[in-house]
Design a protein around this ligand. Sequence first.
Ligand SMILES: C[S@@+](CC[C@H](N)C(=O)[O-])C[C@H]1O[C@@H](n2cnc3c(N)ncnc32)[C@H](O)[C@@H]1O
Length: 261
Amino acid sequence: MNDLQQGTVYLVGAGPGDPDLLTVKAQRLLSQCGALIYDSLVPVEVLDLVAGSCERHFVGKRRGHHSVPQAKTNAVLLEMARRHDCVVRLKGGDPFLFGRGAEEAAYLYRHGVPVEVVPGVTAGIAVPAYSGIPVTHRLAGSSVTFVTGHEGVDKQRVGVNWKALATASDGLVIYMGLHNLRHIVAELIHGGLDGSTPSAVIQQGTVIGQRLLKVPLSQLVEKVETMGFTAPSIIMIGVAVNFQVEACSPPLAHVTMPISF
Ligand SMILES: C[S@@+](CC[C@H](N)C(=O)[O-])C[C@H]1O[C@@H](n2cnc3c(N)ncnc32)[C@H](O)[C@@H]1O
């Protein structure tokens, strides 16, 4: 590559943990890339798919430390695109769902770097599925909402109207919801959601160590606290939880995975 050329940055979804949930395209790009920039929640077994010569940069959050600032991640992406033909920016789940993928894509585009997105299997669907829980069911209504419980911290996001969601959506799939759970549940019940509504929390889904709690909404906060659930966890609220088919749960993957961030 000469000085004027820029490599392509692929924004790749790594899926929720089980390496078998990588897409064929993701696996191909990982085997070809000259540089890999990755986050927390990507298991070592996925990182090991890159060549020994591949330059690796971790830009996620380590236990007890702050995340790498976005400006620094952007700088690393630009630098890697200048040095390599094929750069993989690997993110947990899907890069365009609560993953800042679009922000990074826009930044790269503004700086003249070719960028492509490679969608991934999102935790909000795969994690319940690995417990046999469908996110929709014909007998559980017609809508589901993917929502983050981690609001407002960076003041970049409008707060979620939980009271409105209580009646507007038949099912809720909540990412990053543990920290605010007490507030979320109080608002949902205040907004008209019945305390008997089925709910589930799944920690560290798809990999060994996966834990599941199923409980009526009114008991959710207390049980989550007494059982010590931690991130990463998906919270599901809605009648679809009752349509769990345990028999269809795939075996969990053996991986070395950061379970907290
Ligand atoms: C920053 S969001 C990234 C979501 C990701 N882009 C996706 O599409 O799955 C991180 C959150 O995803 C959820 N998550 C990701 N992997 C998970 C897993 N293996 N088990 C449970 N929840 C997971 C948790 O709610 C976690 O806090």
